[in-house]
Design a protein around this ligand. Structure first.
Ligand SMILES: [Zn+2]
Length: 410
């Protein structure tokens, strides 16, 4: 029940927000027309070097994940790392099997060049050169999958950073891991790095034999969750048909965590029955990550083609509550299950080998749209309407909660 006074306060706040956005726009136009003056928009675009928008969208998203990007920006530059001035977080480049390149160093330089406000677009050619060298599958000028790129990028960063501890490459995050017990789950993938400490969570995979009822549990570390868009929302409707119910992120998360009966083709080896049996599977989140990366599976293989699911999935910009998916919700603080959106990657077009990627990112209270070299301010409604492909949610901290309490609530 809002009284007139608080409605007035909200209105004033919105007006001040609106005018600050228009001012920024005006100043930006002035800057672009070359009349000088301080740059109001500190955002920097990334040049497209021939179908490299899938990399640009991921890099811009990562640049808006503060803990992650600050870590790299604060690393000492290569020139400072030799001799007596070497920083404590020194890293070798040998771990990549090539002493001439360092992914960590090039990512550091790229992230430093963003948000400086002194250029309209940065050309990430040095970074892409390293990426193409160590990840040859992303070479060439065809369109690639942004999610696949993100997985490879994080894996290579993790291994290069681990190499700094012992001079040897660390274990890959993508390779098959042996089943982990609850005791060993705290040292997943060896020495933690910024990659695992920011994106790393743990799933509990619970399998029940349908014949004898024996339960088996294992822990699976994750850096992101790949979610299906439930089939009932994938139905294409003609113009004459009534629009169906809107799919929301919780529909996708529930279908991921719900109890599922495994197919005949994936019979589970029951240790009590000593044979392969029909069983059920259920995922719980055992540990939530600081940054929850959710990938919506929009690309599906049919006989010959990879088809795109174009369904709109509603997602919250603030306060995504993950409590209901937690294994032991009673052990977590109420605020630690709430997540706020930091960035979204969107795929435009029909196929994985075509189309275009852009990203939305939240920076110092404003939303920006990153379309290669072009960066524009957008409002929240525009972000909320996006057909998300990858969502990056950051855990709400006690400090965030204090700040948000001083803002008017709508
Ligand atoms: Zn059994």
């Amino acid at each position: 029940n809002m009284n007139i006074e608080s409605v007035q306060r909200v209105r004033e706040h919105l007006q001040s927000l609106e005018s600050s956005v228009t001012n920024t726009d005006r100043q930006r136009k002035r800057k672009l027309s070359g009349s000088g003056g301080p740059p109001a928009l500190s955002a920097t675009g990334l040049r497209n070097l021939g179908n490299t928008c899938f990399m640009n969208a991921i890099l811009q998203s990562l640049s808006n994940i503060l803990e992650f990007s600050c870590y790299f920006k604060e690393l000492p530059a290569v020139a400072l790392r030799s001799g007596k001035t070497a920083g404590r977080r020194m890293y070798h480049t040998r771990s990549q099997g090539d002493s001439s390149v360092s992914l960590v160093e090039e990512l550091r330089k790229t992230l430093c060049s963003l948000w400086q406000g002194n250029q309209t677009a940065f050309s990430p050619d040095a970074l892409f050169y390293v990426i193409w060298k160590i990840m040859p599958s992303f070479r060439g000028y065809q369109q690639q999958d942004a999610h696949e790129f993100l997985r490879y990028l994080l894996d290579h960063l993790h291994r290069e950073l681990q190499g700094s501890r012992n001079g040897l490459p660390g274990p890959s995050l993508l390779s098959d891991r042996p089943n982990l017990t609850s005791e060993s789950k705290c040292c997943i993938n060896g020495t933690p790095t910024i990659v695992t400490s920011v994106f790393g969570g743990v799933l509990q995979n619970e399998v029940n034999c349908l014949i004898c009822g024996t339960e088996s549990r294992k822990f699976d570390p994750f850096l992101d969750l790949s979610l299906d868009i439930p089939s009932q929302f994938r139905v294409k409707r003609t113009k004459d048909q009534e629009p169906g119910p809107t799919c929301n992120l919780h529909n996708c998360l529930s279908s991921f965590t719900d109890l599922e009966e495994l197919d005949e083709t994936e019979l589970y080896m029951c240790h009590k029955c000593k044979k392969r049996q029909k069983s059920t599977k259920k995922f719980w989140i055992q540990k939530l990550p600081k940054v929850l990366c959710l990938h919506l599976k929009r690309f599906h293989w049919t006989a010959f083609l990879r088809n795109k699911v174009d369904t709109y999935v509603e997602f919250p910009l603030r306060g995504l509550d993950m409590k209901r998916y937690l294994l032991e919700p009673e052990n977590s603080l109420p605020e630690s299950c709430l997540y706020d959106l930091a960035a979204v990657v969107v795929h435009h077009g029909s196929g994985v080998g075509s189309g275009h990627y852009t990203a939305y990112g939240h920076h110092e209270g404003r939303w920006y749209h990153f379309n290669d070299s072009t960066v524009t301010l957008v409002n929240e409604q525009t972000v909320a309407k996006a057909k998300a492909y990858i969502l990056f949610y950051t855990e709400r901290t006690e400090q965030d909660r204090m700040t948000s309490e001083t803002e008017p609530k709508l």
